[in-house]
Design a binder for this molecule. Structure first.
Ligand SMILES: [Zn+2]
Length: 101
């Protein structure tokens, strides 16, 4: 009686379940990708912010030199979510940066 194929099957099933559990209940995804530059805003988020803010600066309404700005800087724990990103023109963005120091 050869059970090696059977044991291999059980092993593979356990392995897949293990990967599944690690994927969903293990360390958060960002811990796996520490080297990833968190300042890069995903395209999906950019499109949503652009639509929400009407494609213009939320402070002065300018449509020139628009930039995606983190309301809470990434360095201070801010995330790449639509709630933490707003559209600012270059001028307003620089003024804000100056205020923060
Ligand atoms: Zn502006």
């Amino acid at each position: 009686m050869d059970l090696s194929g059977y044991y291999f099957f059980i092993f593979m099933v356990c392995f897949i379940i293990f990967l599944f559990l690690v994927r969903f209940y293990g360390p958060k995804r960002k811990d796996f990708y520490v080297s990833e530059d968190t300042r890069i805003i995903p395209g999906r988020v950019k499109r949503e912010v652009w639509r929400r803010d009407g494609g213009k600066c939320v402070k002065c309404g300018s449509r020139n030199r628009l930039e995606f700005d983190h309301i809470i800087p990434v360095s201070k724990g801010g995330s790449n979510t639509t709630r933490n990103i707003e559209l600012l023109c270059e001028k307003c963005n620089r003024e804000k940066s100056d205020n923060i120091g």
